[in-house]
Design a protein around this ligand. Structure first.
Ligand code: CAA
Length: 370
């Protein structure tokens, strides 16, 4: 049911405007409120916090459909759900849950995840942003980079160094609210794909954050960052499946409509084999994604399976988008056809929430043991 509702929303409210949003590089803020009315901003949150109380596979099904409609919109929804709201649910105090989650489920407050910095991307443990204790406050200084939803989010999950002598064991996680003195939203990134998503730099200059903003245990924030990325990577796998599915559907329709050498393209075996490969690989990626989501539902650690799903799905998505564009020939290279956008949107799935190289590294570590 949730997948059907997401599909309908994507068909009516996302797909028809996706190209315009891409050109304008922006999504109207009210779209998130609309999605919240259908429950998409609190799918996995318990009903007592205003959520739908559904499980991870249901969430993944909805995320695939939203991405099929528009990946730029979907990424904001997944960051909000799987990186931020689920962290508050899992690691937050009851007071923090009651304060943030109902507003997040309603879409009044959107979440953003601030881990990366200009100098700390793949090597997340090398972050420099710091929080020094002063009375009952932390004083934050530093810059966070590539923050999705940064321009309009209200709740920022910020990873900071609280003890620089302890390396990654001296990192903490703070729930920072927008608008505190010393909190500045920086430049909006001009991107190759998912252009409509809002990607920002966030700057903290002597920003005073109350001590009760600490999420979980002090100096154990790096593990929260990593655990949340297991969640997030499954959502990005679902995104890659959704984008690939959209590109595939365009390729099928085009191959039936386009005539060359007196026949529709779909009558050439070269086209048929390409479509068969696409269909098989999309399904394989979808199954890996559901396997990881099923483990998440069981509460079993799925670091390896989440990385496998993300790596396979994002590689597959780029190949499918490439082939779908190729099948469209010259038309595919123009903005008249959506495959041009799918081709650009696919690219990020191999980069954010850990590059493909980092996914290889994580899988290898899990296979070999530490
Ligand atoms: N769950 C729970 N704990 C975990 C964990 C997981 N998945 N992975 C690691 N940990 C724990 C480890 O057990 C270890 O704990 P101990 O200190 O007790 O031993 C601790 O965390 C440190 O782990 P590592 O030693 O493995 O850390 P590392 O420095 O070697 O880094 C890495 C590992 C996998 C390379 C990590 O830095 C990483 O994931 N890099 C990629 C960063 C990334 O994905 N960034 C995404 C940015 S967010 C984004 O893109 C969102 C967006 O806007 C769309």
């Amino acid at each position: 049911m949730v997948a059907e509702s997401a599909r309908e929303f994507a068909e009516k409210r996302l797909k028809p405007v996706a190209q315009r949003w891409d050109e304008e590089e922006a999504i109207p803020r009210e779209m998130y409120s609309e999605a919240a009315e259908l429950g998409f901003l609190g799918i996995m949150l318990p009903e007592e916090y205003g959520g739908l109380g559904l499980d991870y596979p249901a969430y993944v099904a909805a995320m695939e459909e939203l991405a099929r409609g528009n990946a730029a919109f979907q990424v904001g929804v997944t960051v909000h759900n799987s990186l931020v709201a689920s962290a508050i649910l899992k690691f937050g105090t009851e007071e923090q849950r009651r304060k943030f989650l109902p507003k997040m489920a309603k879409g009044e407050w959107i979440g953003a995840y601030c881990l990366s910095e200009p100098g700390a991307g793949s090597d997340a443990a090398s972050i420099r942003a710091s929080a020094l204790k002063e009375g009952d406050h932390y004083i934050l200084n530093g810059t966070k980079a590539w923050v999705s939803n940064g321009g309009f989010a209200q709740v920022f999950l910020v990873f900071v160094v609280t003890n620089k002598d302890l390396g990654k064991r001296g990192v903490s996680c703070l729930l920072v609210e927008r608008g505190l003195p010393g909190f500045t939203v920086g430049k909006k990134e001009k991107k190759l794909g998912i252009r409509a998503s809002d990607t920002r730099e966030i700057v903290f200059q002597n920003c005073r954050v109350p001590r009760n903003a600490l999420l979980g245990v002090e100096n154990e924030g790096f593990k929260i960052a990593m655990a949340q990325l297991d969640n997030g990577r499954i959502s990005i796998a679902a995104q890659a499946v959704g984008v690939a599915q959209a590109a595939f559907e365009e390729a099928v329709a085009y191959s039936k409509a386009r005539q060359q050498f007196g026949r529709p393209l779909c009558e050439f075996q070269a086209t048929q084999f390409k479509l068969a490969e696409m269909a098989m690989n999309i399904d394989a990626a979808r199954l890996l994604t559901y396997r990881a989501a099923g483990m998440m539902k069981q509460g079993v650690r799925c670091t390896k399976e989440a990385s496998m799903a993300k790596l396979f799905a994002s590689t597959m998505c780029n190949k499918v988008a490439f082939d779908a564009l190729q099948l469209h020939g010259g038309n595919g290279y123009t903005r008249e056809f959506p495959v041009e956008r799918y081709f650009r949107d696919a690219r990020i799935t191999e980069i954010y929430e850990g590059t493909s190289e980092i996914q290889h590294l994580i899988i290898a570590r899990e296979v070999l043991g530490r």
